[in-house]
Ligand binder design. Structure first.
Ligand SMILES: Nc1ncnc2c1ncn2[C@@H]1O[C@H](COP(=O)(O)OP(=O)(O)OP(=O)(O)O)[C@@H](O)[C@H]1O
Length: 249
């Protein structure tokens, strides 16, 4: 297995608060779901893995490279895709213009860009809005533009921060299919509050609390943790609440 994400004792502090507090990961291809309560550190971890902010301490290797070095970081950025929680965009750009702009920032060869942009826009079901200006799109459609810009370079490492927030049920189902397809060859890390996303699309799941990974395993293993004890309407919800209850006592 090619390990695309390797961390050991990874921390990220904001003043005295440790948003990420000693995370160990070794991830190859597949879809890894990141669950956890508000403020658990999911976004901070994804930002570190996306080379948006550096770690405060610990070991970090992405796609076999050390992001602390300028040239290596640039190489990593070419090969990763990142959907932040709040994606900034230019309202006057069309869907195609925006995704193209990101493709060029990622230093994709120019001749590959038009076809890659068209494919990414189709993949998120926005083919019929390709020429629409971003200001005319709904919230869920903008989220899908965000997903398109994250996948346009066929990333080997894809980081998605709450990608399904605002998507309608049909689009969520489509999107899970896309995640599974991407996970066949890439490492996909997806932070979500929707346990259905985890059950349907993730091979493995990590549960964060207070900056730490307090559970890592398969969705079935997380469900099993809640058997007969946890609070929730679905097995994964019960597993989630049982693990959190255990560490809080
Ligand atoms: N730029 C920052 N400056 C100061 N504190 C921050 C910053 N970013 C995150 N934090 C703090 O770090 C902790 C983890 O936040 P983070 O956004 O990573 O959590 P999260 O799991 O993504 O939460 P949510 O589910 O609400 O999105 C929180 O206590 C947050 O207030």
């Amino acid at each position: 297995m090619t390990v695309n994400v390797e961390t050991s004792g990874l921390t990220r502090s904001f003043r005295r608060r440790k948003a990420v507090a000693g995370v160990d990961l070794a991830l190859g291809a597949g879809v890894y779901g990141l669950l956890g309560p508000n403020g658990a550190g999911k976004t901070s971890l994804l930002r570190v893995l996306g080379t948006v902010i550096p770690p405060s301490s610990g070991e970090l290797r992405l796609l076999g490279r050390d992001p602390a070095g300028h040239a290596e970081r640039r190489e990593i950025r070419r090969r990763l895709g990142y959907l932040p929680q709040d994606l900034g965009y230019y309202a006057g750009f069309t869907v195609v213009e925006f995704v193209e702009y990101i493709a060029l920032l990622k230093e994709m060869p120019r001749q590959r860009v038009p076809r890659a942009v068209a494919a990414a826009v189709e993949d998120v079901g926005l083919g019929d809005r390709a020429r629409s200006k971003l200001r005319t799109l709904s919230g869920g459609m903008l989220r899908r533009v965000g997903i398109a810009q994250a996948i346009v370079n066929e990333p080997e490492l894809l980081l998605l921060d709450e990608p399904t927030a605002g998507l309608d049920p049909e689009q969520r189902v489509q999107f899970r299919g896309l995640m599974r397809r991407m996970g066949e060859r890439a490492t996909v890390i997806v932070s979500t509050h929707l346990v259905e996303d985890v059950g349907a699309a993730c091979d493995r799941v990590g549960l964060m609390s207070d900056g730490r990974l307090v559970f890592t395993g398969t969705p079935d293993e997380l469900s099993a943790r809640g058997a007969g004890t946890g609070v929730g309407d679905a097995p994964l919800e019960r597993g989630y609440s049982a693990v959190l209850a255990e560490i809080r006592t």
